[in-house]
Write a protein that binds this ligand. Sequence first.
Ligand SMILES: Nc1ncnc2c1ncn2[C@@H]1O[C@H](COP(=O)(O)OP(=O)(O)OP(=O)(O)O)[C@@H](O)[C@H]1O
Ligand SMILES: O=C(O)c1ccc[n+]([C@@H]2O[C@H](COP(=O)([O-])O)[C@@H](O)[C@H]2O)c1
Length: 217
Amino acid sequence: MEEGADLNPIALPGQRIGLLGGSFDPAHAGHLHITEMALRRFRLDRVWWLVSPGNPLKAHGPAPLAERIGAARRIADDPRIVVTGIEARLGTRWTADTIAALKARFPGVRFVWLMGSDNLIQFSRWDRWRGITAQVPIGVVARPGSRTPARSARAARILERWRLPQHQAARLADMTPPAWVLINVPMTALSSTAIRSARRKAAERPDAGAPLAGLGP
Ligand SMILES: Nc1ncnc2c1ncn2[C@@H]1O[C@H](COP(=O)(O)OP(=O)(O)OP(=O)(O)O)[C@@H](O)[C@H]1O
Ligand SMILES: O=C(O)c1ccc[n+]([C@@H]2O[C@H](COP(=O)([O-])O)[C@@H](O)[C@H]2O)c1
């Protein structure tokens, strides 16, 4: 990725681009896995990892943005993934504002908002969440522990009439919103919380400094 592209991704009209917003504190193989699933099942051309300046609903701030972007880029080894801190450039924190700004900046691009099923459970608490559903189709990817409860989440119930059956997931990016689908995929239980906790414990051990197997980046 060229210098400065972190903040200035490029998109062409007609491209189908998934937006995976997250703290990525740190990025992990679970992000990569759901991205690969989304690329395939929603027939996307690219997925942008929108490394957030900070989740507005989380009390504690994440690691510095540049650090999280650097680590995410080391994990994202698929050329269709673009790791970007564009929210910081746009000055947006709320997803409703981010999507509106991206649509204005990239007219003709078919954006799809992506999230794990854990986020669907709390989606009805997001700022202007119904407005988000009016702006872009939404692809939800199953995550352990939340796949079943997500189906009966408040947002899922309210949006039921706009839900696509899974076998039509490939149409998602072409749909006029509201439109959403929850796809079942082979799931991975990896999470940033687990990695942070393992790192903390490792740092407290007397042999601190030894490499942590399987807990990259
Ligand atoms: N293992 C996973 N399976 C499915 N979705 C995931 C997985 N890990 C992350 N996601 C999704 O990726 C997006 C960004 O996640 P985020 O960066 O918050 O990682 P996280 O592992 O959920 O972090 P934390 O544990 O700090 O909450 C969210 O929509 C989240 O639901
Ligand atoms: O806009 C909101 O109200 C809102 C509330 C919670 C989370 N989000 C977004 O959801 C994405 C996932 O957040 P996180 O912290 O779970 O990685 C990230 O892009 C956040 O900015 C957005």
